[in-house]
Design a protein. Structure first.
Length: 302
């Protein structure tokens, strides 16, 4: 599984920003053709994406771009023009505003035809689907199992809030409005999307905090998402990357606990003991699974 702690979104039309992003400590650089590009510049931005995918040295980093939504006149050319020109240089396409499983099936079918025509490995190009509306959330379970190409679901807090008419002044920052509500207002959609992703064997990625100057708000948002079980977070500025990578990586304390659990369990099995405890806490098979998950996560980021 590819590592996706930090996803840095970069306007697809800015060659300078793309060149810089390739050298930054982000797991995935996302070239954005949707919200970051005004209509008059969509065509030129496609050319920049093709150039970036085919000319820059990406190393072992995943290459990805976000196409425009299926409801737009830009969508099909975002897929056809870029994939036909860049071919195997495309690792992942992020599909915005996914409202139903059929949306991803359309993208899957289109990609399959292009792959066959170019002689590429069928299904090699993967997808991330963004859940950004009430319709997308209602259909999230079927969306999650729509196609084997799908690797991750991504929560879009800004568009989701707008779609359900939730007051929000700064995307991803909840504090001011939460004074009137006894809880985190995005907990339900985030957790529902996360559960659907896990049931389908997918990763779950949280959306960005728009105010990149508010480091504490970004840290709180990352901490809440990781506490729920999310794998990573979108970033819109390089200053957000260090915090994101830190919080979505297992800590030394977590790794120490995981190793102790596995060692204690293996020792108990070797001695024929059924009950195991560490510091007064009983350890069972579920504890072993948690420990193994922590250790495997750490291996992905080393």
């Amino acid at each position: 599984m590819r590592r996706n702690r930090s996803i840095l979104s970069v306007p697809a039309g800015s060659w300078r920003m793309i060149e810089k992003a390739v050298s930054l400590p982000t797991d995935l650089v996302l070239l954005d053709l949707e919200d970051a590009i005004v209509p008059d510049l969509k065509l030129e931005a496609r050319r920049v994406v093709i150039r970036a995918l085919t000319e820059l040295q990406w190393g072992d980093r995943t290459t990805a771009y976000r196409c425009n939504g299926l409801e737009t006149q830009y969508f099909y050319r975002d897929i056809i023009d870029i994939v036909e020109a860049a071919g195997s240089a495309v690792d992942t396409i992020v599909v915005p505003k996914v409202g139903r499983a059929e949306d991803l099936i359309v993208v899957d079918t289109l990609l399959s035809g292009i792959e066959l025509g170019l002689g590429l490995t069928p299904g090699a190009i993967k997808l991330h689907g963004q859940i950004e509306s009430a319709r997308g959330l209602i259909n999230v379970e079927s969306i999650a199992s729509a196609t084997p190409r799908l690797e991750a679901l991504v929560f879009g807090p800004g568009d989701y809030a707008a779609n359900i008419r939730m007051p929000m002044e700064s995307i991803g920052v909840m504090d001011r409005w939460d004074e009137a509500y006894p809880g985190h207002r995005l907990h339900y959609p985030m957790l529902r999307m996360l559960v659907a992703a896990r049931a389908a064997g997918l990763e779950a990625i949280d959306g960005p905090v728009a105010n990149y100057k508010d480091g504490e708000a970004h840290r709180r948002s990352c901490t809440i998402a990781r506490s729920l079980g999310f794998d990573g977070k979108w970033c819109i500025h390089p200053d957000q990357l260090a915090t994101t990578n830190e919080i979505f990586s297992p800590t030394e304390r977590e790794l120490t606990w995981a190793r102790r659990v596995i060692e204690a369990y293996e020792e108990a099995v070797a001695q024929g003991r059924g009950a195991v405890s560490i510091d007064g806490t009983m350890i069972d098979v579920a504890s072993i699974r948690l420990a193994e998950t922590t250790i495997e996560a750490a291996k992905r980021f080393t």
